[in-house]
Design a protein around this ligand. Structure first.
Ligand SMILES: *Cc1c(COP(=O)(O)O)cnc(C)c1O
Length: 357
């Protein structure tokens, strides 16, 4: 038996979703395929509360993190950093040779709307990048408040790395005014890795139209992706297994109900925080704790490698700190298709294991 996944990606996948990925392929220029993509894309739009564009991408999320900055900035990018993944977004922007300024807060702190406003009022930016849920620190940034601020600046687009937050907490794309929210499917979408999706606002698409190919490249050109998407196709052969999987997963999400899904995540998050708040301390700034994963301090000074190993030997995979936080923190994901019973179970086992360390 494989260890059950309580790491923040890849996450636990239900058997019927797994089975869906194993179906015999269909041609990707056929009516059957177009029906499949069309169903999946409209399902995703419902989940993101948007009537604007949704693009599907056969890549991990990082591909879309790179695509976003290449397609959406002509002047200068403001990268907000609050942990390892938002730092990666800044590194990607740099690697693409784009103009940028980086604004980093202490890890564990959230990015506030005031901070974003302060930056935008002083600089000549046309794109803000922000992480919704910083997977390395367990901080969930106040996205709606940040979007409110960004929307006061006419030519500034808002690009959100929503990888570990999307489908674990609501993101109201159209109502909040988010230009791009991207995610891979191996986090709270609860599918195997290898596929990513993003929302794209009309004004983001218009921006991409005005950017030369030499900056955008070919594979991730949003105009090309959108044009194919209008016909319910992709420019190149997609991971058809993932579309099968998403189709089944969207049915499951619909059956549970979006609101119920988000409430389940909040309840699991409360349970995990209550379990470890006193014993370990939470790494995230109070008020900004993530609903999809919890990052604990190691105040009790236990051997985190031994903890993860002991858990693995009992068939539970948990996660040590990420990046600079390795050895200093450990993380437990409570996202995707995990249920309260799974959380109760893993916490019981953790209690037992910790006593033996
Ligand atoms: C996992 C993760 C990524 C990277 O996603 P890939 O699919 O591995 O490219 C980026 N940002 C955040 C916040 C993540 O949690």
């Amino acid at each position: 038996m494989k260890p059950k996944l309580f790491i923040p990606g890849p996450t636990h996948v239900e058997q019927d979703v797994l089975d869906a990925l194993a179906q015999y392929p269909i041609g990707h220029r056929t009516t059957d395929y177009r029906d499949l993509q069309s169903k999946v894309v409209s399902g995703i739009k419902e989940c993101l509360y948007t009537e604007q564009s949704v693009l599907v991408s056969t890549s991990s999320a990082t591909g879309l993190m790179e695509a976003g900055v290449r397609n959406l900035s002509k002047k200068k990018v403001a990268n907000f950093v609050c942990g390892a993944f938002s730092k990666k977004q800044a590194a990607i922007t740099r690697a693409c040779g784009l103009n940028q300024d980086v604004f980093e807060v202490e890890w564990g702190q959230a990015i506030t709307a005031e901070h974003v406003n302060d930056v935008l009022s002083k600089g000549d930016y046309d794109l803000v990048t922000i992480v919704f849920n910083e997977t390395s620190t367990g901080v969930m940034n106040p996205l709606q408040e940040i979007a409110d601020v960004v929307n006061n600046y006419d030519d500034v687009l808002l690009m959100v790395d929503a990888v570990s937050g999307m489908m674990g907490a609501p993101i109201k794309i159209d109502e909040w005014g988010v230009d791009m929210a991207l995610a891979s499917v191996q986090k709270a979408w609860a599918l195997p890795p290898g596929f990513a999706i993003t929302s794209l606002s009309d004004r983001a698409l218009a921006r991409s139209h005005s950017i030369p190919d030499a900056q955008k490249g070919f594979y991730f050109d949003f105009v090309r992706m959108h044009k194919a998407g209008e016909k319910s196709e992709t420019p190149v052969t997609p991971s058809i297994p993932h579309l099968y999987g998403l189709s089944v997963q969207l049915d499951r999400i619909k059956a549970e109900g979006l609101e119920n899904r988000f409430a389940r995540h909040r309840e699991m998050a409360d349970r995990v925080r209550d379990w470890g708040r006193d014993k370990f301390g939470l790494f995230a700034e109070p008020g900004y704790e993530s609903d999809t994963l919890t990052c604990f301090n190691n105040d009790a000074n236990i051997d985190l490698l031994a903890l993860a190993d002991a858990m693995k030997s009992k068939n539970y995979l948990i996660s040590g700190g990420y990046g600079d936080l390795k050895g200093k923190t450990f993380r437990l994901a409570h996202m995707g298709d995990l249920k309260m019973a799974d959380i109760n179970d893993v916490l019981d086992v953790l209690d037992g294991v910790i006593e033996t360390l």
